[in-house]
Ligand binder design. Structure first.
Ligand code: COA
Length: 237
């Protein structure tokens, strides 16, 4: 819980970073769009959130959005974790986020009856990375799953390190090597370290020639967290 004296819209203060986390608001959309473009320099803008799409998301599922600010100034966001609720069949993992959103009845793709939290984006500004902010964002998302009774978090994760190995390995071989700890991927290794499993490579998930359009299907099960807290007799994050 935020300390007394914090701005009223602060929903959490990062226990490690001290960042103030608030829900996505329409007024942040332009700055967030710029952060997206800077975080995924080799991706096509159409694969990233536009300001208009961010405004839709802020209206339809604010509970699943977290934007981190450093201090009360609120000049620009330094981190975000965004997502929507979806139904998803893990036995047929191949998918594309555009299709998932287009097939939904809402503008953002959020299905209020969806059983999974689909992580559409997690970004930490480069000068704030490797300080535990990504972990804080995952903990906030995990708590949303527990609060809303969702099955867990799923996402198509980028695998930037594959660019250096794509000539010698398939995307699935690369993912296996990262899972086994033989190769380091700055995104997938971080996700595995946060309790995610990686199921397989996702073909044509994004238009990013650097990685031949591949991503990875990742999943975190809320049930495991609940089982852990029950067996330890404590509460989760
Ligand atoms: C992926 C991303 C969100 C991670 O954010 P982050 O804030 O750097 O994440 P964390 O600080 O929690 O963890 C990152 C690493 O720093 C390490 N770390 C955390 N605190 C640290 C500290 N004080 N000192 C040294 N290392 C630290 C973590 O152990 C982790 O190590 P790992 O890579 O071996 O797993 C960030 O790199 C990013 O925005 N990347 C570009 C966008 C992207 O790829 N998003 C994912 C889309 S699927």
């Amino acid at each position: 819980m935020p300390d007394q004296g914090m701005p009223a819209d602060v929903i959490a203060v990062g226990p490690v970073s001290g960042l103030q986390y608030v829900r996505l608001q329409a007024s942040m959309a332009e700055a967030m769009e710029a952060m997206e473009l800077a975080a995924f320099p080799t991706a096509l803008p159409e694969d990233l959130y536009s300001a208009a799409e961010l405004i839709d998301l802020s209206r339809e599922f604010p509970q699943g959005t977290f934007v981190g600010f450093d201090g009360d100034g609120r000049v620009e966001p330094v981190a975000c974790g965004l997502g929507i609720r979806v139904d998803f069949d893990l036995t047929s993992p191949q998918h594309n986020l555009h299709n998932l959103i287009d097939e939904a009845d809402s503008a953002s793709g959020d299905d209020p009856n969806g059983e999974w939290y689909y992580g559409t984006d997690i970004i930490v500004r480069p000068d704030y990375r490797r300080r535990g902010i990504g972990k804080e964002l995952y903990n906030l998302r995990k708590q949303v799953c527990l609060d809303l009774g969702l099955k867990g978090i799923i996402a198509g994760g980028v695998i930037p390190g594959y660019a250096e190995h794509k000539k010698t390995m398939t995307a699935d071989e690369y993912i296996d090597a990262v899972r086994a700890g033989e190769l380091y991927d700055r995104t997938l290794t971080f996700q595995l370290g946060n309790g995610f499993d990686v199921l397989c490579a996702l073909e044509n998930y994004i238009k990013d020639p650097a990685v031949d359009n591949y991503a990875s299907m990742i999943v975190w099960h809320a049930r495991d967290e609940e089982d852990d807290s029950t067996s330890q007799g404590g509460s989760s994050t």
